[in-house]
Design a protein around this ligand. Sequence first.
Ligand SMILES: NC(=O)c1ccc[n+]([C@@H]2O[C@H](COP(=O)([O-])OP(=O)(O)OC[C@H]3O[C@@H](n4cnc5c(N)ncnc54)[C@H](O)[C@@H]3O)[C@@H](O)[C@H]2O)c1
Length: 399
Amino acid sequence: MHKVSMLGTGLIGLFYTMTIHGNRSRDKVEVVYSRSDERGSKFAKDWDIPRYTTDLRKAIEDPDTDTVVVGLPNNLHEEACVMAAQAGKNVLCTKPLARTATEAKRILDAVEKAGVFHGYLEDLVYTPKTLKALNSVANGALGKVLWARSRETHPGPHSSWFWDKEMSGGGAIIDLGCHCVEIARVFIGKDIRPVEVMCWADTQVHPIDAEDHAIGLVRYANGAIGQFEVSWTFRGGMDLRDEITGTEGTIWLNHWLRTGIEMFTAVGEGGYVAEKAEGNTGWLFPVGDEVGGLGYTEMFNDMFNSIDRGGKPKEDFYDGYVVNAILDAAYKSAASKQWEPVQLEVWRGKDDVESEKFMTDYDADHFLIKEEKMPDGRLKVMLKEKVGGKIIQKVIEAG
Ligand SMILES: NC(=O)c1ccc[n+]([C@@H]2O[C@H](COP(=O)([O-])OP(=O)(O)OC[C@H]3O[C@@H](n4cnc5c(N)ncnc54)[C@H](O)[C@@H]3O)[C@@H](O)[C@H]2O)c1
């Protein structure tokens, strides 16, 4: 059983507590930190949490807890993680790990120096759909992954600090791009080095200093491309989609706006529909198990099981650091309008990977480019001569 100091009573503190206290869990939030006495006491009462405090250090150093969960604004992650590491606690931190790779590296160094367990709470790589898709990719169902495209867009976040560049570290790129970048990494392979990033970003709708809209490409050492599409300008709720394309197959994942329940109501749903839902009448896409659907359940299972067996979770602070380094390169590229290298002070993956090409032999003299069955029943086969490189076409009549 793990006893948790929960830092934050906002949206993520609520989802995390709901998850940890769900499924008749043995793990329990023992103390919760909130800035406000009123919010802390209500949260503690609602979730049957024995203690609450407005003193961050007191929550972290609580003698009865072994694990600190950081669910605070991005500018407070470093202070909280370092304090938790120094207190010798297991440290679990929400995304993004930090505002920049430099800050993330200091957090990574602190937990490694203290020798404490660290888990990066990137829930979207733990959704049931993602886990199933990852399993298919590991089984070879897609061949070699060439392109992992991940999209998270919604009309914008729910608290003022997100919109303040100093506190958040940026706009849609840091807030949503961190998810998309890590989703692409898990499909492409976390041991494959991210090499460089090209990114477009703009501020189109909201009166803020940070970007509210961006698209980026991350090139990996094996030639694969991770693509992120993020926006705080999207209308229609929260669009969470991934597309994985390999040499032998494709997977499309739609996590939120088509979850299997599609409901029309003329009079209104009568309550909360789903995270970032924009309305509560007309066609709605409610979510049956929100914490499960977003990956929180499997994520905390992995974290606590890994602590119990003394192992590493699927996502740790090193992953958070790599994500921040990729996002730093995205910001540089958005400004320079050039491909920018991903600067990693520490790389723990493979170093001998080169960009791969995939050619299929047709016969001793030809490579196969493609074959296609035509509407009239003929099979067209397009080939390239191995010597000379000429491209030819064969037509095989229907039998
Ligand atoms: N899917 C996810 O993993 C996910 C989803 C949402 C948020 N997050 C992350 O969780 C963290 C918190 O986000 P949130 O959505 O819970 O935010 P929120 O605004 O809903 O809650 C923030 C919490 O931090 C506390 N806080 C302490 N000091 C603060 C300060 N100076 N200013 C503002 N709040 C302060 C607030 O009282 C509140 O309890 C962020 O790092 C965010 O990126 C992750």
